[in-house]
Write a protein that binds this ligand. Structure first.
Ligand SMILES: Nc1ncnc2c1ncn2[C@@H]1O[C@H](COP(=O)(O)OP(=O)(O)OP(=O)(O)O)[C@@H](O)[C@H]1O
Length: 592
């Protein structure tokens, strides 16, 4: 996310849009030709005016005037028609390219490993997916075409001026040339600011998103004013950058306005002398000034179009930064099917894991077998790597050493779709989406029937409350399921985990974030969910531990003890100490 002002890298980012643009190039070329045609009509008009002034007006003879006026009308109609055609032609490619880029970005985001999302702020992703792509749409539909067309119009116009009178052409050329040099210098300065402001807008979006999602916590802890201060500070920084952008643009606009005005003044001076000496006609001078005036917008707009191009190049760079992030968790080249008769054995064989860029390993040789149909609770001090370990089973991240095997097959040899059907997960914080109960439960198993959803809800002790919702399974639950209680959300998450009848369940303690009364309901649900399924359950509560057949103690990156809850209580001092801290902590939290 660095500010890289080099035009080369930024142009390369724009060039990479080729595969998106190529299939729609005829629309864009057609649109460019239409606008070029309309400009040619505009440039022809002064020539007809010259013919009228130097012919019928100068000779006081109106013969042929009708044809000339008629020609001007035809030029006007053609110009208007071509402008209409340009607008019609350009809307299709610009919106289609934007939609395709957005769809591919979203698909890529879905495939990126969790480690990527840990490192990227959501607001940055949001601003790239929304505002940066809108900037690109504007560029493709407008600035890109007008950059080319306006440059051609300036060349055509100066050509016409040279044909009318070399002095008129030379004056306009001498005023236009410094513009190009000055604009390029401004462009470089603007590009740095443009990149900064887009990144700052992303940071601002992150703050807004975090404060909306965490509104309850912020209110409960009275942190609203602090967040407002942070937001205010970020908004001020963004404003400072925007002001600096305006300053650069204002300087450029000043030059852009002044030079053409100077040109028209010089044309009048030279033209008046030419007319006095009889070397130039009035028609030539009027046509020359009209052409020079017509060239003002193409010339004036260069700075603005360069700014738009800059912004688009920056947006494009930011887009590719996400698209270029490697998808490290992929389907294997030769996937192995899961044995059809497997009962769901989960085996961790010397599993090691280190977070990218971290100094040391979180897991350094974990060996554990969860037998078919068995529930193993994973306990360990905070930060010992329990959550990390559960992420390795459905390949939310890949082991850095050792193997995770489901029914004897390394999870990396399975097709991701097969693995995630065989292994279902539920997390400490149940995440529900703005969709119906049915869609939320069937999220990972799109083919399931309503009957399957109902069975899952029954197992998760959620059927009764879902039936009481106003539209039952069709009830839309709010963003993150905020309109449901914590226990209800957790039970829907458990129903989602079991609906596809997975071979292995991996749960991050579903009871840990619940109060005592809710916990009893979810505990009942959990007991049902765990019946007959192979399950590895991270336990933060002794109540969760008691649901398990065996308990594994994770400490120092390894499993240091495995046994039944009572065996470990009786024979393992570390386990006794750990369990007492878990429940002490809860009492502290409960009484706070
Ligand atoms: N995305 C990450 N990048 C780098 N380090 C991480 C990341 N996530 C977790 N860690 C570190 O890995 C270690 C294990 O974290 P993990 O969340 O797996 O522990 P845990 O046993 O589940 O903890 P808790 O019981 O508090 O939930 C911790 O030291 C944590 O700081």
């Amino acid at each position: 996310m660095s500010e890289d002002p080099r035009p080369g890298s930024r142009l390369a980012a724009l060039r990479r849009l080729g595969p998106y643009v190529r299939p729609l190039r005829w629309y864009l070329i057609g649109s460019g030709l239409a606008v070029l045609g309309s400009m040619a009509c505009g440039l022809t008009m002064p020539l007809v005016v010259k013919a009228i002034l130097d012919g019928p007006v100068a000779h006081r003879d109106t013969g042929g005037l009708g044809w000339m006026i008629g020609f001007i009308v035809v030029l006007g109609i053609a110009e208007a028609g071509l402008i209409w055609l340009r607008r019609r032609l350009v809307s299709e490619p610009s919106t289609r390219i934007e939609a395709n880029l957005r769809a591919d970005l979203y698909h890529h985001l879905q495939s990126l490993p969790v480690a990527f999302h840990d490192q990227w702020q959501s607001g940055q992703l949001l601003s790239r997916a929304v505002s940066d792509l809108s900037t690109l749409r504007r560029f493709i539909g407008f600035a890109a075409i007008f950059m080319v067309v306006n440059a051609l119009t300036i060349v055509m116009g100066i050509g016409v001026l040279f044909a009318l009178d070399p002095w008129l052409g030379l004056i306009t050329l001498l005023c236009a040339a410094p513009l190009i040099v000055i604009s390029t210098r401004y462009e470089l300065r603007f590009s740095v600011l443009s990149r900064r402001s887009q990144d700052q807008a992303g940071d601002l979006a992150t703050t807004v998103e975090e404060s909306v999602l965490g509104i309850r916590v912020l209110k409960a802890f009275g942190r609203g004013p602090d967040i407002a201060r942070r937001f205010g500070q970020q908004a001020r920084e963004l404003r400072t950058t925007e002001l600096a952008k305006y300053k650069v643009i204002a300087g450029l606009i000043g030059v852009i306005i002044f030079l053409p005005e100077l040109g028209i003044g010089l044309q009048l001076l030279v033209g008046t002398q030419g007319i006095a000496q009889g070397t130039m006609s009035i028609g030539t001078l009027v046509a020359g000034i009209t052409v020079a005036t017509y060239l003002r917008w193409p010339t004036d707009s260069i700075g603005w179009l360069l700014a738009e191009t800059n912004q688009a190049a920056t947006a494009c760079e930011r887009y590719w930064e996400v698209r270029d992030s490697p998808i490290t968790v992929t389907d294997p080249a030769d996937p192995v099917p899961l044995p059809a008769d497997g009962d769901g054995e989960l085996r961790l064989d010397g599993v090691r894991f280190a977070y990218p860029g971290a100094a040391g390993e979180v897991l350094s040789g974990v060996d554990l077998v969860v037998r078919p149909g068995e529930t193993v609770a994973l306990v360990g001090p905070t930060g010992s790597g329990k959550t990390t370990l559960t992420a390795l089973v459905p390949r939310l991240a890949d082991v850095t050493g050792g193997r995770v095997l489901v029914d004897g097959v390394d999870v990396r040899d399975l097709r991701l779709g097969d693995l995630r059907t065989a292994v279902a997960t539920a997390f400490e914080e149940p995440v529900l989406f703005s969709a119906s109960v049915r869609e939320n439960v069937a999220l990972g198993s799109p083919g399931v029937t309503d009957a399957d959803v109902r069975v899952a809800l029954r197992i998760a002790q959620a059927e009764e409350f879902v039936d009481r919702l106003p539209w039952g399974l069709d009830t839309r639950i709010g963003e993150e399921g905020l309109s449901l209680s914590g226990g209800q959300r957790q039970r829907l998450a458990l129903a989602r985990a079991v609906v596809g009848r997975p071979r292995v369940l991996v749960l991050d303690d579903p009871l840990s974030a619940l109060d005592v009364h809710t916990e009893a309901e979810v505990e009942r649900a959990l007991r049902e969910v765990l019946r007959g399924v192979t399950a590895l359950v991270v336990a933060h509560r002794s109540s969760t531990v008691r649901l398990a057949d065996r308990v594994a103690l994770l400490d120092g990156g390894r499993i240091t003890a495995v046994g039944t809850h009572s065996d470990l209580l009786a024979g393992n001092a570390d386990y006794r100490a750990l369990l007492s801290t878990l429940d002490d902590e809860r009492e502290r939290v409960g009484s706070a």
